[in-house]
Design a protein around this ligand. Structure first.
Ligand code: ZN
Length: 303
């Protein structure tokens, strides 16, 4: 198996995580970002600039961003669904912007109310606006490994979106397993179909328990950038009750023991997972939060 020396993890709990949980107070969001900023993470998806009626969880994005401590070594990013959101993100001073398009039209309509082609048609203007403001643009392709409404998504369809996004001038590509339909076989199929020189990131959900297997498969294929959410927060849209994003501490715990560096302090991260649990107010499923790292010994039963 191919194993890189280092993997780059982007923490998405403040945005993708909290956006899929019941709304929490602004000060808790600020506390979460600030705590994450002290774990050694180099990338944090901080907020999204979406319509407050569509996503009330992110209505205070500008307020949160204004208040958090910005650490010089950390790349903070913001997600925007359209040109208007990108304008708000650059106005707020973000230099890394994510735009999202679904590989399936039904999901794209459910998400942003238009077809995938309509979303992609706006990419050129988005890139122009972002680049004028010295910001990079990442195109996140949601439902890359399957759509909860349409079922399997042909890898060639995803590959065509990658080509269109590259044509529009985006700087990076991310593949989202939005509802946890990916398996190692589908990770391989997708990477067989996609041809691009752009940096690629994978975003896995553990809805059906395949996230770590998918991550290892992608790593074996040379992918070294992954999204994860501390505590695994962020429900699974369209699969109520299912677990969502793969938990950051679960990923970091496994990678470190394999000898793959992340630059993250695992103990500090587990503390933030406990804070995330407090903030969302429900027991989180993260095994590493529940059981602690494998190095944490249990008292031997007395005989
Ligand atoms: Zn997610």
């Amino acid at each position: 198996m191919h194993q890189p020396e280092q993997v780059s993890i982007r923490e998405v709990a403040p945005r993708d995580g909290l956006q899929n949980e019941p709304p929490v107070p602004t000060e808790d969001k600020i506390r979460l970002v600030d705590a994450l900023s002290r774990t050694g993470l180099a990338r944090i998806e901080a907020v999204s600039f979406v319509h407050p009626e569509a996503v009330p969880q992110m209505a205070d994005a500008a307020e949160v961003w204004a208040a958090v401590e910005k650490h010089p070594g950390i790349h903070y990013s913001a997600l925007a669904p359209n040109l208007k959101g990108v304008q708000r993100a650059v106005d707020a001073g973000f230099s890394a912007i994510e735009v999202v398009v679904s590989a399936s039209d039904t999901h794209n309509r459910a998400n942003v109310g238009r077809t995938a082609a309509e979303s992609i048609a706006e990419f050129g203007d988005i890139v122009a606006l972002a680049h004028e403001n010295l910001a990079s643009v990442e195109a996140i392709i949601a439902t890359s490994f399957g759509c909860p409404f349409e079922g399997d998504v042909e890898p060639v369809r995803v590959a065509r979106i990658v080509d269109a996004a590259a044509e529009a001038g985006v700087d990076r590509i991310a593949f989202g397993d939005t509802t946890g339909m990916g398996t190692p076989r589908r990770v391989n199929d997708l990477l067989d179909a996609v041809e691009t020189d752009l940096p690629m990131l994978m975003h896995f959900h553990d809805t059906r328990g395949t996230a770590l297997a998918n991550l290892l498969t992608a790593m074996d294929r040379g992918i070294v950038e992954f999204d994860a959410s501390v505590g695994g927060i962020g429900g699974c849209p369209y699969a109520p009750g299912a677990s969502g994003n793969v938990a950051t501490e679960v990923v970091v715990h496994m990678l470190h023991d394999m000898g793959v560096e992340t630059g993250i302090d695992l103990d500090a991260l587990i503390d933030v997972a406990a804070l995330a649990e407090q903030i969302v107010g429900r027991e989180l499923e993260s095994g590493v939060l529940r059981a602690g790292p494998r190095t944490r010994l249990t008292q031997k039963p007395s005989t």
